[in-house]
Design a protein around this ligand. Structure first.
Ligand code: CMC
Length: 431
């Protein structure tokens, strides 16, 4: 095994270098603290830290490569479907015909959620953000399935939780939306495919027939596939770290949804549309907004641009851009926001600031345009991201559990006050 040498004073340590199947290399510092007399590494934001080995998703940010279990994202987006990709991520292999049928059957027979969930939803103020409701609802499922709390759960119990999560999430998402609209909750139609059923529950009404447009169902299916996993991102790492305490999977997924909510992560898809609308309302002055994004004294960032790992292009953004053209054409929508987005992309890609920092459009830059064209409210965009990311979170949680990884517990370097004496309140002075 290759090693690296680390010299600390007179002490020389040999650090093993481990190599992944795609030739990625890492210094294995798992024994560093014990062998160096207490030295740890410091890497705020984990920019250089591999938190785990994983056999689920491969991502090469320099070359714009994304593969699930070895299969290129381009092939999966073109040829597969979301449920099949979910099976692949969670089980490691593409299903046979029978395995797929059984999996689909299990999902479609668990789509109902407990009626009492409606009471929770009824209690929320009208303007509650759907992401807040979704993470609460997912965590609340544990109340209906308390057996999931058992840390020594069987494989069968784990499988039940996995199936319930994938099956019930579309129902919960559509009920959150219906509640916000003041419309009656729609029940699942188990004769339909996963995306068709979701669209019917979301947009349909009990008073009229709802025919699912296959172009739209196909676009949603593709978007869910593109979002299904992305190795150790912020929400996935959150799922792993919460799961590492052996909390129920419902709690870990709920925590992942909370992490995804932020505008630097999945919340960016909502922020992109809001940004484009602001630019439009501001008269379409692109340069002004680009300058704002470059100004270090201004907290504004160009939403939908930049990525921690992709430093060339985001392969998901390429596929989504094409899909958004198709959906808009089919729906005969001429969205001026798309035009602003395209001009913005062009301008940023020529701008030295963005070129130098390798900031390219990411998955969130164009996804919102499709969601908007289909008729999803802006606040629902990140919820759709969560629906897609669910199988990835589950697969990563399962891998972490199977590998019996220890509880996630980073160290710190303390930079606060040294020991000092407690002073009585009467003797304290304002500093
Ligand atoms: N607009 C303006 N400047 C930016 C942007 C941006 N969107 N993104 C990064 N930068 C600058 C940043 O200020 C820094 O400049 P400098 O070196 O002069 O200090 C440099 O580029 C590197 O940025 P960073 O913040 O160190 O990079 P990071 O890897 O920590 O952050 C990111 C990645 C995605 C959080 C960031 O690019 C960002 O905030 N983008 C906008 C939000 C967004 O679109 N998020 C969706 C990410 S993709 C979907 C997902 O997986 O969640």
């Amino acid at each position: 095994m290759a090693t690296a040498k680390l010299k600390i004073g007179r002490n020389e340590l040999e650090i093993p270098i481990i190599k992944g199947t795609e030739n990625e290399k890492a210094l294995d510092i798992s024994k560093l603290r014990a062998s160096s007399g207490g030295i740890v590494t410091l890497d705020t934001g984990y920019k250089n830290t591999g938190a785990t080995t994983s056999a689920i998703t491969f991502l090469n940010g320099e070359e714009g490569i994304l593969r699930y279990r070895g299969y290129p994202i381009e092939q999966l987006a073109e040829k597969s479907n979301f449920l099949e990709v979910a099976y692949l991520l969670i089980n490691g292999e593409l299903p046979t015909k029978k395995e797929f049928k059984d999996f689909e059957h299990e999902i479609t027979t668990h789509t109902l959620v407990h009626e009492d969930i409606k009471k929770f939803l009824d209690a929320y103020p009208e303007r509650t953000h759907p992401m807040g409701q979704l993470c609460a609802m997912i965590c609340s499922l544990s109340a209906f399935y308390p057996e999931s709390l058992n840390p020594y759960r069987s494989d069968e119990e784990i499988n039940n939780t996995v199936i319930r999560l994938i099956a019930k999430m579309p129902t919960l998402v559509s009920w959150i939306h219906k509640r916000a609209k003041g419309h009656p909750a729609m029940y699942p139609d188990n004769s339909l495919g996963y995306c068709e059923n979701f669209l019917k529950m979301f947009f349909g009404l009990p008073t009229e027939e709802y025919e699912v447009d296959p172009v739209i169902a196909n676009a949603i299916d593709k978007l869910l596939i593109l979002h299904a996993d992305h190795e150790q991102n912020c929400s996935t790492s959150t799922v792993r770290i919460v799961g590492s305490s052996h909390a129920t999977l419902y709690a870990a997924i709920s925590a992942g949804i909370s992490a995804l909510w932020g505008p630097r992560h999945g919340g960016a898809n909502q922020s992109v549309i809001e940004m484009l609308q602001n630019i439009q309302n501001d008269g379409g002055n692109l340069q002004k907004w680009l300058d704002k994004a470059k100004d270090k004294s201004d907290p504004f960032r160009l939403m939908g641009f930049g990525h921690r790992v992709y430093k060339n292009f985001d392969p998901r953004a390429k596929i989504i851009k094409k899909a958004s053209d198709e959906v808009l054409k089919k729906l005969k929508i001429d969205d001026p926001l798309l035009n602003i987005a395209k001009r913005m992309e062009e301008a940023a890609l020529k701008d030295e600031y963005f070129v130098k920092r390798k900031l390219y459009p990411n998955v969130d830059f164009y996804s919102g345009i499709i969601y908007k064209a289909i008729g999803f409210p802006t606040e629902m965009f990140t919820v759709l991201f969560a629906l897609g990311r669910l199988p990835g979170w589950i697969a990563q949680w399962k891998e972490m559990m199977k590998d019996q990884q220890p509880i996630g517990r980073p160290r710190q370097i303390y930079i606060g006050e040294n020991e000092r004496k407690y002073t009585a309140i009467s003797r304290r002075k304002k500093k």
